[in-house]
Design a protein around this ligand. Sequence first.
Ligand code: NAP
Length: 310
Amino acid sequence: MPINVLFAAKPERWSTYGPALKRAFDEVGLDVDLRPDFDPAEVDYLVYAPNGSVTDFTPFTRAKAVLNLWAGVEDVVGNTTLHIPLARMVDDGLTEGMVEWVVGHTLRHHLGIDLHIHGQDGQWRAHVPPLARDRKVGILGLGELGRECAYALRELKFDVAGWSRSEKQLNGVKCYHGDAGLRTVLGRSEILILLLPLTGDTRDLLDAKRLALLPEGAVIINPGRGPLIDDAALLDALDSGRIGHATLDVFRVEPLPVDHPFWTHPRVTVTPHIASETRPESASRVIAENIRRGEAGAPFMHLVNRDLGY
Ligand code: NAP
């Protein structure tokens, strides 16, 4: 009997993911009937995206797991109809994309690249940027993405500190946790990168009080989630110049409404939630491996802790 897998993401993703998933199932030797449509009572696994059409998991009476295509689970983790394991996406391709985006935007601010792109006016401004070793970077969230970004920045010799919920030790990265740890990281971060999940504990984490702890002129780079930052407090801090710049990839409302002040603020760079994306080929291999494990009675990878919300 084949394993019945429902592709429960946006229909326009099917043409890319269908073939990639089939290849991945073949690679691990799984006999899978994969479809974008199924009688819910016959489904064994859901390959899922929170912006797809499934919001009620009740009819999926024999399903063994929901395998999320996204790293972020804030739109599904609280679903009260979901009583089977939920796995989030950890994908090499997605991680590599995030590392490239974070390193690129960090270097932009570290090197002051804008000065030359926007200031080519015949004036010879011989401003030499400091070395990375003299630049303090902070990363809030040291999970799959934050950790790899920390390592990449460390390789460039940035002075990197990070903050997580639990205590960590990462080679060459100063690791902090708890409230005092957060204050320490904020207090030293000339460039602050947000790679936290959105949970009850992290919503509005960067409020006016915490923004005030950052060094004068600090830069914020947020590829995590929009509601991690209090928008009004950030705009105040940008208006006064306390915060030098914010590069924002994620927002409370997406797409960012055309009249939102972030679009036109001289100290804000908006990117349209493109910091990184799940890559179909590598993500399909992760999904296939998780189904193989499920069928072999082995523990699923990347399970979400429903109590913690990530
Ligand atoms: P992850 O592996 O679950 O890591 C989350 C990190 O945040 C962990 O280090 C965790 O601490 C820490 N954390 C969670 N709650 C915390 C709290 N209350 N206080 C302090 N630290 C806390 O997640 P990930 O795969 O790195 O992804 C992070 C987020 O990136 C996703 O949730 C998503 O929102 C965002 N994302 C954005 C894009 C984009 O294109 N913009 C793409 C992918 C993902 P512990 O290590 O102690 O558990």
